[in-house]
Design a protein around this ligand. Structure first.
Ligand SMILES: [Zn+2]
Length: 188
């Protein structure tokens, strides 16, 4: 039952809507007679981050005590707080995924891409550990922003960066799973 929730979800959601509505005209000049004080970006970010922490899903032991309904409620609260956080960071509403609350902006795409290429550049790519999360990340973007992904191969770009980086150092990365360097590390 949602009544058992620590968070009064409906009230929290209503407050959240107020925040979103207040910020839907964010960036527009506000009429001087508007009586409400303007929420600072920082205050909003802090409030949204506090809500994220409060609604965060507990570990598996605690989670087992929650009903599926409660878990859905928590996820909804998390997404709402995530949306508020995106808004406070200046992400356009059209660029916010309404289910997860995550940013789908071009800069969010570039940041995700960069983090993967950077990981592969330094550590190489492990099919066993990396393939699944990379596949998940790519699927998330393919579903929402296929135009960004078109012709953009993160793995190939990462492996090129990996080869160039370690060539520059003059030795292999030492990763036993690395397709490029496994042989050299085995021959040491
Ligand atoms: Zn390597």
């Amino acid at each position: 039952m949602s009544i058992q929730l620590e968070l009064p979800v409906s009230a929290a959601t209503r407050r959240q809507e107020t925040v979103i509505r207040d910020l839907s005209d964010y960036g527009k000049a506000r009429a001087p007679q508007a009586g409400r004080p303007r929420v600072s970006d920082r205050a909003l970010r802090n409030a949204a981050a506090a809500r994220l922490r409060a609604a965060a899903l507990p570990g598996s032991g605690e989670r087992a005590k929650l009903t599926p309904e409660q878990i859905v409620d928590r996820r909804t609260s998390l997404a709402d707080a995530q949306i508020a956080l995106c808004v406070a960071h200046g992400v356009a509403l059209d660029d916010i995924d309404s289910f997860s609350g995550y940013s789908m902006s071009r800069s969010a795409y570039d940041a995700a891409r960069h983090s993967w290429i950077s990981l592969i550049k330094f550590h190489g790519f492990n099919d066993d550990y990396d393939q699944q999360p990379l596949g998940k990340a790519l699927a998330w973007w393919a579903e929402r922003r296929p135009q960004y992904l078109a012709g953009d191969d993160w793995l190939a770009a990462g492996m090129t960066a990996h080869r160039e980086y370690w060539e520059g150092l003059g030795y292999g990365c030492g990763g036993p799973y690395c397709e490029l360097h496994a042989e050299s590390s085995a021959n040491k």
